[in-house]
Design a protein around this ligand. Sequence first.
Ligand SMILES: [Zn+2]
Length: 364
Amino acid sequence: MKVSLPLSTSFLEVHSPKLSPLLDRFEESSSLHSTLLFTGIEGVGKKSLVLHLVQTLFCDESLFANSESDSGPDLFGSSAPSEKKTGRDPCGNCPSCTRALRDQWLDLYWFDPEAPEDGSRLGSHKIEAFRDLKSKLGLGPVSEPFKIVVIADADRMTPAAANSILKMLEEPPKNWIFILTASDSSRLLPTILSRCMEVRLSPIPSEPLFAILKASKGLEFNSIRGQVAARSANGSLTRAIHFSSEEVWTLREQILGLLSSPAHEWMKLVETLSKSQTQTHLGLDLLESIFSDLLQASIRGDSHVWTHSDQRELLLQISEVRGLSPERLCGILGTLAEKRKLVNLPLNAKLLAQEILIPVLEVL
Ligand SMILES: [Zn+2]
């Protein structure tokens, strides 16, 4: 688990309304769906919100505290506590919340995909990971009202792993809740999808994204960098955090410097971006946002809100010197989009950067 508590108010303002229907249902009927699926783009905050929900369900001061189970085979019901509490957010101070902050919950099983050791590919959930879980199915919660199983990035389960958990989702043990997250739910088995109640998180608009970044960085926050990052992130918090980093800021300066240089210097861009696949990815993201800025500005004029607002003058100068008409900018963006498909090919970083960037530079 790589998320930390407590979450910022700005984050909860954006996403916690999505939890309201679940909590309303509990208040009305004292029951929750036993299998939830959180979906949304990569980096939107699914895992953070799931952890917040777990903490809410476990908190000793919440409306779930002291609930007793009365479950059926596919839904579990919980009788409301005799003295009903109304807390919809974890208190942060009770013994259960303290355990959460120390990552010491005995009733939470959290599964992340297993990445290959060399980090060359995205990880996946393998069937072996869930074997241990099967042996625990007969057990009830130890110290919390429920046992909760989180399968993060469930769209990266191998078919065998997905089939192995299907039975558990069909007949969940009493007092157990399964929570899955997925960026691409079309990769889940239809039989798993049909078991789940979906909670769909929308991309985060740039203004709240800026506020979340500001809250996470504290005094170190750089406002201009934060604005550029929030507007470049396409609604993804992870992407915004990455874009506001020193590494990406430096890379952007290098790219802007090279785009302002004579054409024979541009091959240095290939060198700069071929240091690693991550660097190639970041370079492509930056080039895309720079050329999109210029295209939008040429179409919308003054009404365009610049992503790279701090570099507006320089970008307009580059555009004028290079004669970047809307048609040419569309061509550049089209080539970038087409070549981006190569990014996941198993090529070495240098070859990859050449394959992708040289055609783009030729269009320039
Ligand atoms: Zn608490």
